[in-house]
Write a protein that binds this ligand. Sequence first.
Ligand code: ADP
Ligand code: MG
Length: 379
Amino acid sequence: MPLAKQDLVGHFTERFGQAPAIVVRAPGRVNLIGEHTDYNDGFVLPLAIDRAAWIALRPRRDCRVNVYSVDYQEVREFDIAKLKHEKAGWIEYLKGVAWCLQDAGMQLHGWEGVLAGDVPLGAGLSSSAALEMATARAFAAVSDIAWDAVAQAKLGQRSENQWIGVNCGIMDQLISATGRAGHAMLIDCRSLELQPAPLPKGVAVVVLDTATRRGLVDSAYNERRSQCEAAAAFFQVRALRDVSVAMFEAMDGQLQATTRRRARHVISEDERTVQAVEAMRRGDIATLGQLMNESHVSLRDDYEVSSDALNAMVEAAQAHKACYGARMTGAGFGGCAVAIVKADEADDFVAATSRAYQARTGNQPAVYVCTATDGAAMV
Ligand code: ADP
Ligand code: MG
């Protein structure tokens, strides 16, 4: 069962002896298609899921923020008037958001409370963006700041880039802030235009956690980003988003082999993502699934960010008769795959795919149906 408001009220009441003044929730996300396109100004199609970061809190009169983490079982504190970096740790995500909001001219108040989450850490479902957006929502609530979801998502991304030092794109924070129940969201990562697309009836979205976690992924990620920049420079455009499949095919012979494969992934993935939304809109689930399968091949062979475990999981999923399509999701090298399956056969899919994956790899996976929820909010 996902965490619910009463769990947070319970944790808060246990520590503070009374009910919280405010409870906020910000979801993790799963990306249906459009992987490694966000930092190329391209298209993504994520949904906010029923796994989230939650904070129950009450305002303080001073400038301190004092938080008990249920998951880490420790209290951490900081002063919003004297923010400074300390060694890495979960509290840095909250400080980074405070720093960005203040830097954007917002007057923040202190607060105290409890934090709990059920987005698995480092699994490709973006627990960090969930935490950032929950923190932003908490500060906005205690500080009487009108909630502008897109502006707050940009500040969340900035805090992850500049305070945490992770060079992520805008997708994770934006979907955590703007998700809509029952919908995936087509995001144009250049204009930040959002187009909600209803999930087709009779289809379940299944997250398949390989129980493997990415290792030294930062260097691989930064290398991919510079290869994309090199390809964009070759085509004399701002970002690979500006290169059509036709433009690419006319010139690709002149690109260095690795750069060519990286660019081919990004350019074809943008095209697939736009086609996927069109397929969803006309209820053509078979095409949506096919595009997800193609995305996986492209990520595996051209972008080279999959892993043996992810490939085993995707193959196990695709082998089931209820599966329309499956692919790795998130940055890669470990973490989760995503599948879309016939809703009335989802239970059998979950059991059979888990068994097949475990038999093949020896890992104990976590496979579950997830639902599309609303973005960051007071609840
Ligand atoms: P992900 O892919 O899940 O975003 P990251 O490495 O970017 O993985 O972020 C994970 C980090 O975010 C954790 O190590 C922790 O510091 C912080 N975090 C996420 N969720 C929570 C939570 N519920 N409570 C405390 N810290 C959290
Ligand atoms: Mg993250």
